[in-house]
Write a protein that binds this ligand. Structure first.
Ligand SMILES: Nc1ncnc2c1ncn2[C@@H]1O[C@H](COP(=O)(O)OP(=O)(O)O)[C@@H](O)[C@H]1O
Ligand SMILES: [Mg+2]
Length: 232
């Protein structure tokens, strides 16, 4: 298990134009993200966390700077190529889980894999495997309305894992959950980083997640103010 640099961010900046005044959301930041690691990106509300997550995952075009993913300057790619990069490498977990109300847990995953042209039999096996990984194999037949918030977040994570992403981006994945459920999810994301070698980048204002991180980067007003490995 050797960690390797998978995303190199250099001089990243982003501002938003509003009627009152321009807002600097990301202020010239530079950092590198590694495989096999869960990095927590922590800061108060409005500090620029979601903007950074979007800019480094190819969702939001920065004003300046470079995001290099697996040796490719992702903002120099044309849009279809950037979309292909994202589909191939990236998995996302958001606070709002975005499951289909009418589908069971296993169907949520199979439907997504069908869109990726994964044959049905393999999709079914992989879906069960991923539900097992999040501890929900016994609820494969349940719909979102029959599951708790934490269980639904785990289904969303299982669906994300079924894609086998090597870059995992989470934006406040636990903020709608109680402490114990939040800890379970954070522990699970850390386990995924260790077991699959994925890079996990988790944005949060929730201090409770710190215990699960390999590294904690703090951001304030769009600037990195500290960057530390966590002693275990
Ligand atoms: N689409 C937008 N238009 C204008 N301002 C925005 C927009 N998105 C975010 N902002 C502002 O940029 C700053 C950083 O926001 P954000 O990245 O969402 O921070 P965080 O995720 O840490 O709460 C905040 O001041 C926010 O109000
Ligand atoms: Mg945010």
């Amino acid at each position: 298990m050797t960690k390797s640099a998978v995303i190199k961010v250099t001089g990243l900046s982003k501002h938003y134009q509003t009627l009152a005044k321009p807002i600097v959301a990301i202020d010239n930041i530079t950092f590198t993200l590694y495989s096999h690691q869960m990095t927590l990106f922590k800061g108060p509300s409005g500090s620029g966390k979601s903007s950074v997550l979007s800019a480094i995952s190819g969702l939001l075009k920065p004003d300046a700077g470079e995001v290099n993913g697996f040796g490719q300057d992702i903002w120099a790619l044309n849009r279809p190529m950037r979309t292909r990069f994202r589909r191939k490498h990236c998995g996302f977990v958001f606070q709002k889980v975005g499951l289909f109300p009418a589908l069971t847990a296993i169907e949520q995953i199979i439907t997504m894999l069908a869109l990726m042209n994964v044959p049905d039999k393999i999709a079914r096996e992989r879906a069960l495997e991923c539900l097992d990984l999040v501890g929900l194999s016994d609820r494969f037949d349940s719909k979102p309305g029959e599951l708790s918030g934490g269980q639904n977040q785990r289904v969303a994570i299982a669906r994300m894992l079924a894609k086998r992403p090597d870059l995992i981006f989470c934006d406040e994945p636990t903020s709608a959950l109680d402490g114990k459920t939040g800890s379970n999810i954070a522990g699970l994301l850390r386990k995924v980083a260790k077991e699959t070698g994925a890079m996990v980048f988790c944005v949060t204002h929730d201090d409770r997640l710190s215990a699960f991180a390999d590294r904690i980067v703090e951001i304030e007003d769009g600037k990195i103010i500290s960057d530390n490995m966590v002693e275990k």
